[in-house]
Structures are given as C-alpha cells and as structure tokens.
Design a protein around this ligand. Structure first.
Ligand SMILES: C[S@@+](CC[C@H](N)C(=O)[O-])C[C@H]1O[C@@H](n2cnc3c(N)ncnc32)[C@H](O)[C@@H]1O
Ligand code: SF4
Length: 409
C-alpha cells in the first residue's frame, strides 16, 4: 500500500462545503468624531465624495470577484462611520451595483447604520426604496446630558424622532445604546432601557462604554463607573431587557424571537465575509485555506489604491495554531454557543486541535460539559475574555487578533 504523503496530511484545513458568505461595506466618514470611538471613521470636512466612493466600492468588489466566484451573498451590512451621511441615490447606486455583480439571495438581510443627527424622513424612505430592509440606529442614550458628554451631534428629541420614523419605515430596526456612561447610576441606565423598550424595536444592542486606546476619552478619561458599579448597571440593564421579552443571544445583542441580526450571527458562527471599503476586514475560506484581508484605511489613500488596482493592504493565511482561538473568539459570544460539529465545518480542522482549551475551560466552570455543544456557562459569559484566552496558541500569551466588543469588521 502506498503511504499517504505526510506533507499533504499535515498542512492546511479541508472543507467539504464553504461557510455562508456575507458582504460588509464600510463608509468611513462622520459629521464629527465622537470622543470614545476607535472605529475607522473620519470627520467629513465639507462634502463627502459620494459618487467617487461608490464607484471605488464597486471597482473594489469587481477586483475581489475571483475570490468569491460562484458564491451567493446572504446578508449585506453597510456600516461605518456614518453611512446615513450618503443620500438615497448613492445607496441605490451602491446596492444596484452590488446586485449586478454578485448573486444576492432574494431574502437577503440588508442593514444600514444611521446616526440620528443625519436623520431626514425622506432620506430614510429613500434607503428603504433602494433595498435597505434593516436600519441600525446609533442612539447611545436618551439622556440630554449624556448625549452632550458623549459628544453626539444629536439631541434626545432627534434620537426619538429618528427611532419613530425608522420603525415606521423599516420595522426591522436595531437601536444601539451604551451603558456605564460618565457618572451613570443603575436608575439612569434603566431610564434609557425603558425609553428604548418603549419604541418596540425588535432588536437592541447595549454596549458597555470602553475607553479605547487612541481616543480622546482614553487620553482624558471621563468619570465612568468602576468595575463593580458597571457590573451592577449591567445586571440592571440585562434584567430589565429580559423582563420585557428581549433575549440576550450574544454578549451585547438582545432580540425578540426570530429577530437576531443575521449578518452578525454569521460572523459569530465563523462564517465568511468580504469587506469592501476603507479599512474593511475580510475572512474568506477556500477548499484548502482560510485567508484574511485588510483594505487601506485612510479614505483618500483607499481611493488612490483602488484607482491603481490594489485596494488590499494586507493579506494573510490563518495559521492552524490560530484558528481555534479565532473560532472561539466569535462562537463563545453567542449565549447558546454552537454545536461542536460547527468547529470542523467552519475551520476545516477536527475539534481535537482545541481539546486542551476545552478541557481547561470545562474544568474551570467556564464552558458547559456537554460534548455536543460549545456553550459558555453563566460564569464563562461574565469572564468571556478569560474563557476565549484559553484557546490562544501555547506559544502566544497575548492575542494577535484583538478582542473587541463589536462584531462589525
Ligand atoms: C460603528 S458605530 C455606528 C453607529 C453610528 N456611527 C453612530 O454612532 O450613530 C456602532 C456602535 O458602536 C458603539 N460604540 C462605539 N464606540 C464604542 C465604545 N468605545 N464603547 C462601547 N460602544 C461603542 C456605539 O453604540 C455605536 O452606535
Ligand atoms: S460612534 Fe458613530 S458617529 Fe461617532 S465617530 Fe464613531 S462611527 Fe462616527
């Protein structure tokens, strides 16, 4: 019998079917940079070059086509930055251009992120007519003094009007809020929760405010609650949301039955995504490898590089020793976790490569002992970063992939 080539056995993942594919589109401008925000967003000085940018996005997509050939796009997420800075004809041109270039499934979820400071009824209606069927609105808080402390460009009335119109036009709406805000008490946070619930949006996101490096708040920190006070606020927020029938299906995401974000769930289940636009990240699987890409971050440079035919700044292959951690980084954010079989399906490697981490996490009470599921325990959810870190390769103490609270790449 001829022995199997040892090299062929040792290298690379093996996929029988590729993961579902999502498309992320990054719009990198905002009216003003918020002091807590470390997203790739840049203050728009004067008019943003909408037409030129949409042209560049479509050229970027066209150059990426050979890498996703024959694959259907299941969800589209237009994020930022502030995509609602663009007018409806620009979003229409973008979505029509995407549909002309890649097969988008007929019932695809198409989300657009909006800031209440850019709200006009007509514009929202135009987004809907262009094919956006889910709106994600950055509210942050309904308390006027908090909106001011957060440097937001909108007041509480604008936030309310934008939420009302979004619900009327789209129905399928997410409201983003943050807690553990400067000097916030549990009662203050509960007022925000009550206001958010009052709109009846099917999806709410509650993020703990984090002081990210390279932000104004990091250099000049506001008086945010300490860890214990923040944990009390979090308990109050989560309790009130549960009482109102919102299920916490991910670290920061709460939804009514069947109204989870399909796009974000695809990230968390270690699906594939092509990210186009300035600074967008991609993860694309092939029969024998998984690759990551990062596009040029600065809008002006991105536009130049697209014109020169080279939008991708970095491309790398995900190594065997990293992929277990990367999978767990996403999957363990889901409250119900994932079936154990998904590991091999989405990484191309047997679950045995994560056995050491699984055993240790189970021993510490961070992961359920059920062999059929990878599910964090309540303790594992509270200490999620510690749980995820157990899957880091033994050779690396600190993660190469940053652990972030947000899923949108
Ligand atoms: C990329 S932003 C898009 C929304 C839109 N640009 C806006 O702010 O209205 C997505 C969400 O991330 C959250 N976020 C941003 N920076 C954060 C931070 N430092 N800590 C916690 N949440 C943050 C906010 O809730 C924000 O709405
Ligand atoms: S939080 Fe939203 S509006 Fe503020 S700078 Fe970041 S992306 Fe722009």
């Amino acid at each position: 019998m001829t022995p199997v080539e040892p090299v062929a056995m040792a290298v690379g993942p093996r996929f029988t079917a590729l993961p579902p594919l999502s498309l992320y589109v990054h719009i990198p401008w905002c009216v003003r940079k918020c002091p807590y925000c470390d997203f790739n967003s840049h203050e728009a000085r004067g008019d943003v070059p909408q037409q030129e940018y949409v042209g560049a996005l479509l050229a970027d997509l066209e150059m990426a086509l050979p890498r996703i050939w024959g694959r259907k796009v299941h969800t589209i997420f237009i994020g930022g930055g502030t995509p609602s800075l663009f007018d409806a004809p620009a979003i229409d041109a973008l979505l029509s251009g995407i549909r002309a270039r890649v097969p988008v499934v007929p019932d695809a979820e198409v989300t657009l992120e909006a800031n209440p400071g850019t709200f006009e009824r007509q514009r929202f209606a135009g987004f809907y007519a262009a094919g956006v069927n889910r709106l994600s609105l950055g509210i942050q808080s309904f308390a006027p003094h908090q909106l001011e402390a957060l440097g937001r460009i909108h007041d509480a009335d604008e936030a309310r009007r934008a939420a009302e119109s979004a619900l009327m036009i789209f129905g399928n709406v997410n409201l983003d809020l943050m807690y553990a805000l400067p000097r916030q008490t549990p009662d203050d946070a509960l007022s925000d929760v009550a206001a958010a619930i009052g709109f009846g949006a099917p999806h709410l996101s509650f993020y703990q405010l984090t002081l990210e490096p390279n932000t104004l708040f990091h250099r000049n920190p506001p008086p945010v609650p300490d860890d214990d006070a923040a944990a009390d606020i979090e308990d109050a927020v989560h309790g009130a949301l549960a009482n109102a029938g919102y299920v916490r299906y991910e670290t920061s995401a709460f939804a009514r039955a069947g109204r989870q974000s399909r796009h974000n769930v695809n990230y968390w289940r270690f699906g594939d995504y092509l990210g186009i636009g300035a600074g967008a990240h991609s993860k694309i699987s092939f029969a024998d490898r998984v690759e990551r890409e990062l596009r040029w971050k600065q809008p002006a440079q991105y536009l130049r590089e697209v014109a020169a035919g080279a939008p991708v700044q970095e491309q790398s292959r995900v190594a065997r020793e990293d992929i277990g951690f990367e999978f767990m980084l996403n999957a363990l954010r889901l409250t119900d976790g994932v079936p154990s079989s998904l590991f091999a399906e989405r990484t191309g490697y047997p679950l045995a490569i994560a056995a050491r981490g699984i055993a240790e996490a189970t021993r510490r009470g961070l992961l359920d002992a059920d062999p059929a599921w990878l599910r964090p325990t309540p303790l594992g959810r509270r200490f999620l970063t510690d749980l995820q870190a157990l899957f880091l390769p033994a050779t690396r103490a600190t993660p190469k992939t940053r652990i972030t609270v947000h899923a949108a790449p």
